[in-house]
Design a protein around this ligand. Sequence first.
Ligand code: KG4
Ligand code: ZN
Length: 328
Amino acid sequence: MILLAIETSCDDTCAAVTDDERILSNVISSQAAAHERYGGVVPEVASRHHLELVNPVVDAALGEADVELADVDALAVTRGPGLIGALLVGVSTAKALAAPLRKPLVGVDHLHGHVAANFLAPEPLKPPFLCLIASGGHTLLAGVTSWDGFKVLGQTLDDAAGEALDKGARLLGLGYPGGPAIERAARTGDPAAFEFPVAMSRDPGLDLSFSGLKTALRYAVRDLDAPTLDRRRADLAASYQAAVVDQLIAKLRRGIAKGEWEAVALGGGVAANGRLRERATALCEDAGLRLKLVPGELCTDNAAMIASAARFLDPAPYPEYLAWAAAA
Ligand code: KG4
Ligand code: ZN
């Protein structure tokens, strides 16, 4: 089944064509440069960029896949969660492409998309598995026991892991997006140089929290004079990244212990992080579990993961979906 999927929930304009579990094209136009000077995503700027980029990105995805719109069996689009204006661009575009050809349309939950990135070739993962989703907007442990959804086993009580990295990078003057910037800076730093709190470590549940960590970094930065901050920036980045990863790994370890899982997967932009991937690899080796790691470009936002999720959901026939709103 050939699917054309569109994803515009945040600051990446994405379209992809898939044929069952195979990716035929996966086009991502990042708006990072447009948001960098603000140190984060500005919703209205994102919507306007999506409007300009979405048609060329869809054309590029069809072109790279060598597929005509008429040959597509169904379209898929992220309906939420995300920035409402950004989502609306994707939903309206998908409707406008699907309706004239009377094609069915599948509405996809963005987080289910991050889970479903693991269903793609090569070596697609099958439920059941435990999935850690860590992105800019969400951080949760998902129990995936079916193809069409997941159960939230625990989640952040405040900031998301990616949000903590983005805000941390801003405090350190490292630019946006913060996760990759902190990872780069951390390469020459000592992760044990500063002791940052690993929240929720004594909490027996699976919830997470990152806002205290961000505050601890703010105080650490405040207490250093400018030349010392310059000299110790890599150490701060490495120690901060280590504290984020330590908490994610502690909760993943606890999630593994609480269930009868045979496999573990990671999803969301933070899953592209090298330190998290290494630590998760060691954890799953110890636990004797298969760990599925998709490439970085399938961790961060993309439309191939939306198409992947859509394969397992009921499509809405024309004209039912014309009444759809986006769901922020
Ligand atoms: O899944 P995603 O692309 O968008 C959302 O759904 O939010 O995740 C974006 C987040 C950002 O916070 C970004 O800083 C983080 O993922 N991120 C990373 C890395 N690449 C992206 N965090 C740590 N290490 C990375 N290599
Ligand atoms: Zn995402």
